[in-house]
Design a protein around this ligand. Structure first.
Ligand code: SF4
Length: 162
């Protein structure tokens, strides 16, 4: 896939609980760009991302001749903020975007995006801490053990913030 949809623990929890499927059914292991933030599973260090099917996200559906996201209301944070990122405090379109359109971001949308970005970055910070703890301590390093560990931590955090 040209555009890898990386997942954090909140993404994994949202998708697996909404679809009622085990995380391993939609996760693919990728060689990490940054080994410091990668998860130690099985025999190595990996980033976790959505599985793809011949270069296309498995959740992309075709309905009435149109392509739609099959998990729109709980799609990963990267998809929610695509094709923008924050650089030097400003919203800009990401450089390696797949979508060829240049989007203009009106002020009211920038405000909405801003709160979405805040929660997106908090989730990635949470994931980073969780990965550091996991990489230091666990003996059973299977992917399913990691996703059980990650899901239980997310559940505790959601209960504490409720
Ligand atoms: S928006 Fe939906 S279909 Fe598109 S990459 Fe994200 S999860 Fe897949």
């Amino acid at each position: 896939m040209d555009f890898v949809v990386y997942l954090n623990s909140h993404d994994i929890h949202r998708i697996s609980t909404n679809l009622k499927v085990p995380p391993e059914s939609f996760i693919q292991l990728y060689q990490p760009e940054d080994k410091d933030s990668a998860v130690r599973v099985d025999d190595g260090l990996y980033d976790l991302a959505l599985k793809d099917d011949n270069g296309t996200c498995n959740f992309l559906k075709r309905e009435d001749g149109q392509f739609r996201c099959g998990i729109q209301s709980f799609k990963p944070g990267i998809c929610r903020t695509y094709p923008f990122e924050v650089r030097r405090g400003k919203f800009v379109q990401i450089v390696k975007k797949v979508c060829p359109v240049d989007w203009r971001l009106p002020k009211y949308l920038e405000e909405q995006m801003s709160s979405m970005y805040d929660s997106h970055y908090k989730e990635w910070d949470f994931y980073q801490e969780l990965v550091e703890e996991w990489n230091k301590g666990q003996k059973d390093r299977s992917l399913s053990s990691f996703t059980n560990f990650a899901n239980s931590r997310v559940e505790i955090s959601l209960q504490n913030s409720a």
